[in-house]
Design a protein around this ligand. Structure first.
Ligand SMILES: Nc1ncnc2c1ncn2[C@@H]1O[C@H](COP(=O)(O)OP(=O)(O)OP(=O)(O)O)[C@@H](O)[C@H]1O
Ligand SMILES: [Mg+2]
Length: 630
């Protein structure tokens, strides 16, 4: 949040200027990323459609038949005008069973038209139903792929996307992919069949009419081409902006307590509003571009049809066409206009949906977190739990500074290591590397002598338990939250874990006990209660390697002492990394490691470090009241 942000109008002026230079790089989009052509996008989409081929063929087939059926009624009109009203004899080529008397002929034609129309409606609905189903199935498939990809992106990319931004891609952009079924296939297909059908019939009436259509073709193509290159980048930007707006709104609601506490409701509203304004302006700008093509088409069409009408009228005057043929001719002219207007409109919608698909493909193309085809799965029995840091250096992505430098440490299986040091010294970073949330910039982290990078990251994390100070709980029941790390746990096991974590007592007095719903992020619980749930969750997951990062910081001394006993039981037989600012809680650790500015400066047992009189000694003295210092 800058203190003096640009107004939405200023931002919009910048946006327009960028568009005049080129199509404008998207904020956050890497400039090295290549642009996808419409054709590439269409091909990828057809790839998605492959498994729904049968449904789509059915839909398009019924659509074709229905559209062709719709072409019949104007022919009937011709017979009504010429052979019923004008009483001309029917052409000799027609079969015998067709009534030749005017009145029976009129009734038969009417019945035929009604029957044909009903069949057409039924076929059309049936086809539309199939197409709609494919739309929904594709939306679900794409949403699944986007979600599965987003939860496997490297952590820093997830942080860049923000929760609201990811939601936006999931809802808006992935949703628009499904709409391509109609925007790209169904509607254009109907328009084209109708267009071709009526053209063919017109050509059958008089072949010279085709010339007009042949002339229209390239014009339409050219206007479309120049315009497509303009419109899709705009829709991409609008979509990016929408993701930003969603991210902002989600963030404001996530931090609602802070917003209220500092009385910032008004400024949060205006911050979200400003981004919304910019999006509104961008949308209006794109609206004009979309209308330009429509205006071009829609003026071309009446001009072309007026010329055709002029030609047809002249033909009647010359005696080349009958009155009935002219009426039919006019009906088909109208049928020509409809599909062209539909094409013009769905072209704009099509580009918009395509830009959503483009963004989805961008996301799906991003490399996943620590992907490796050679990575090995690892089972619990294979792990003894020796963790070795070999001269590890680490920088957070995008950061200049080293958060860890030359860190070497060999931790025996089952050993409990306490990490201490001033704030920002790199303790959490060290644990992030143990849990492999990141890979080291230099050096290696080994598990039982094997580089973590050789292991499949998801299978490795199954053996890691993490309890952090900032506990995250899901909106669900207490039991579901404790069972999060072990899906097959029974209620009895959940209860047992809660007892060990000293949480059973408070859970029992909750309104619905273990089935109590705890609200988003566990808002209905106190900080200490949340922390005890997180500990129970880790206990139940039964990990080989346990990370406790300020896990008991929200507890009062009494509860902490109670849990400490259970934690000691929990830590037996596991390799543990414990971070605690309250040093009295870590005196029992096998080894204490002191971090300062990303480096390890002291290692040893409590007694050894106290005797050495270094940084740890100093920290302990600072935390103990003078009376207790002996
Ligand atoms: N996601 C991140 N991106 C960039 N820099 C980070 C990130 N997380 C932490 N840092 C930086 O890395 C350094 C070490 O942070 P770390 O969280 O490891 O400290 P810590 O020892 O756990 O501190 P504390 O006791 O306050 O929790 C800090 O300077 C911090 O600014
Ligand atoms: Mg920390």
């Amino acid at each position: 949040m800058s203190t003096n942000p640009l107004s939405s109008r200023q931002q919009f002026e910048q946006y327009k200027a960028e568009f005049h230079e080129k199509h404008g790089p998207e904020p956050g989009k890497k400039s090295t990323k290549r642009e996808r052509s419409s054709w590439e996008l269409v091909r990828s989409f057809l790839g998605l459609l492959k498994i729904h081929r049968r449904s789509m063929i059915l839909a398009l087939l019924t659509l074709t038949i229905a559209t062709l059926l719709a072409l019949i009624p104007p022919i009937a009109t011709k017979f009504v005008v010429d052979n019923v009203l004008d009483k001309k004899p029917l052409p000799a080529s027609l079969p015998e069973w067709i009534p030749h008397e005017p009145w029976p002929l009129l009734v038969s034609i009417t019945i035929a038209v009604i029957v044909i129309s009903m069949i057409r409606v039924a076929l059309q609905i049936w086809g539309r139903w199939h197409a709609t189903r494919v739309t929904k199935m594709i939306q679900m498939k794409v949403r699944k792929a986007v979600f599965a990809q987003a939860v496997r992106l490297p952590l820093h990319r997830v942080q860049e996307l923000k929760s609201g931004g990811a939601t936006s891609i999931l809802r808006e952009d992935a949703g628009s992919v499904g709409e391509l079924v109609f925007g790209m296939l169904y509607n254009p297909c109907r328009a084209i069949i109708q267009l071709l059908g009526s053209l063919i019939i017109l050509a059958w009436v008089d072949w010279r009419l085709l010339l007009g259509a042949i002339f229209l073709g390239p014009m339409v193509y050219l206007t479309h081409r120049t315009w497509i290159s303009r419109i899709r980048p705009q829709h991409r930007r609008i979509r990016a902006q929408r993701a930003a707006v969603d991210a902002q709104a989600t963030e404001s609601f996530g931090g609602m307590r802070v917003v209220r506490a500092f009385g910032r409701q008004r400024s949060e509203t205006s911050r979200v509003l400003r981004s919304n304004h910019l999006m509104g302006r961008q949308e209006l700008y794109a609206w004009w571009w979309s209308r330009l093509i429509e205006i071009a088409w829609e003026t071309l069409i009446p001009i072309a049809s007026a010329c055709l009408l002029l030609y047809g009228g002249w033909q009647v005057l010359q005696g080349e066409l009958t009155l009935g043929e002219l009426v039919m001719f006019l009906a088909y002219l109208l049928m020509l206009l409809g599909p062209l207007a539909v094409l013009a409109q769905s072209a704009a919608q099509f580009q918009n949906s395509l830009s959503g698909f483009d963004r989805v493909l961008d996301l799906l193309d991003e490399p996943r977190e620590m992907e490796s085809s050679t990575a090995k799965n690892i089972s619990k029995s294979e792990i003894t739990g020796r963790i070795t840091f070999e001269n590890v250096g680490f920088q957070y992505p995008g950061s200049e500074q080293f958060a860890l430098e030359e860190v070497s440490l060999d931790v025996d299986p089952g050993e409990t290591i306490a990490l201490v040091g001033p704030s920002g010294a790199g303790k959490t970073t060290f644990c992030n590397l143990v849990a492999r949330f990141y890979d080291p910039t230099s050096g290696r982290v080994l598990l039982d002598g094997r580089d973590l990078r050789e292991l499949d990251v998801e299978s490795y994390r199954n053996h890691i338990g993490v309890v952090e100070q900032d506990v995250f709980l899901f909106d669900g029941s207490v039991a579901e939250n404790i069972g999060y790390g072990n899906r097959h746990a029974s209620l009895a096991e959940i209860q047992q874990a809660a007892e060990i974590a000293n949480a059973d007592e408070f859970i029992k007095v909750l309104p619905d006990g273990y089935q109590t719903i705890i609200g988003e992020r566990g808002v209905k619980l106190s900080g200490g209660q949340r922390q005890r749930l997180a500990i129970a969750r880790a206990i139940l997951a039964d990990p080989r390697i346990l990370i406790l990062d300020e896990a008991t910081s929200n507890l009062d001394t009494e509860s902490e002492r109670l849990i400490q006993d259970s934690l000691t039981t929990l830590m037996q037989g596991r390799t543990c990394f414990v971070i605690a600012h309250r040093l009295s809680t870590i005196t029992h650790a096998n080894r204490i490691v002191v971090f300062e500015s990303g480096r390890i400066t002291e290692t040893g047992t409590h007694d050894a470090l106290m005797a050495a009189g270094g940084k740890y000694h100093e920290m302990v003295l600072l935390q103990t009241s003078p009376a207790e210092v002996s």
